[in-house]
Design a protein around this ligand. Sequence first.
Ligand code: MFK
Length: 224
Amino acid sequence: MSLIGDFGVDPMTPEQFDAEAALFGPLTDSVRTLMEATLMSEAEADDVARARALVDEAAALLNTRRGGIALGTRWGTDGIRRSWGNAVMGLRNPVAPPLEFTHDDDGPSWAEAELGGLYEGPPGLVHGGVVALLLDQALGSAAFYAGSPGMTGTLTVRYRQGTKLGPVRVEAALDRVEGVKSFVVGTVITPDGVCAEAEGIFILPREVRHLAGELAQSFHPGEG
Ligand SMILES: CCCCCCCCCC(=O)SCCNC(=O)CCNC(=O)[C@H](O)C(C)(C)COP(=O)(O)OP(=O)(O)OC[C@H]1O[C@@H](n2cnc3c(N)ncnc32)[C@H](O)[C@@H]1OP(=O)(O)O
């Protein structure tokens, strides 16, 4: 599998990306609201049935024209990658909380989100796999920001206490680089304190090592 799939093929202009974001960003937000409502609704049976018909109609409308199975990473004429299908940050992915990372030169990369019932594992707590998901993205994004991008080779998570549903902060920072391997550390923090700690080894795959410079320059804070 290539890290950069369709690199350089039919790049889109920033204006095209902006128009798509303006159209689909609000739709993604609406679907996220719908997902939460689906989970928590106590509406009357008739109303649930009507809502289902409306949702099916909306899905049919959206499917009148569609792409393949995933958005992939798309490249702009500005050299910036857009990963709008990304499960943690993707602008077009309603499953994404979404997390928007801030990258500072003098501190860890960080993002904050409100995790509701859609991400539940044990009652009232965030699913452990979701915690790992957020950490994977945070650590990978921090490696990218530091100029040492890579795919997750190894991710080790230590769950210190349950992560309550609600406000969550994720932090990550590059520890060191050894050749093609970036060693990154990170934490998940709630008002209760540190809930999980992670160490990750991110590796630039051999098939794209010759593109390391272009990849590093393609980083945009809002895109991962
Ligand atoms: C667009 C980027 C987005 C950035 C945000 C990222 C956040 C999201 C991150 C993900 O979710 S990535 C998806 C989950 N990860 C994968 O699917 C990775 C699957 N595995 C692979 O593709 C390859 O096995 C891998 C790229 C990790 C390594 O294959 P290579 O052929 O490039 O490695 P190579 O054999 O050349 O080994 C290079 C070095 O890495 C070491 N290594 C290899 N695999 C490793 C591993 N799994 N863990 C730790 N170290 C590993 C290996 O020993 C060696 O060390 P030395 O340089 O010291 O000799």
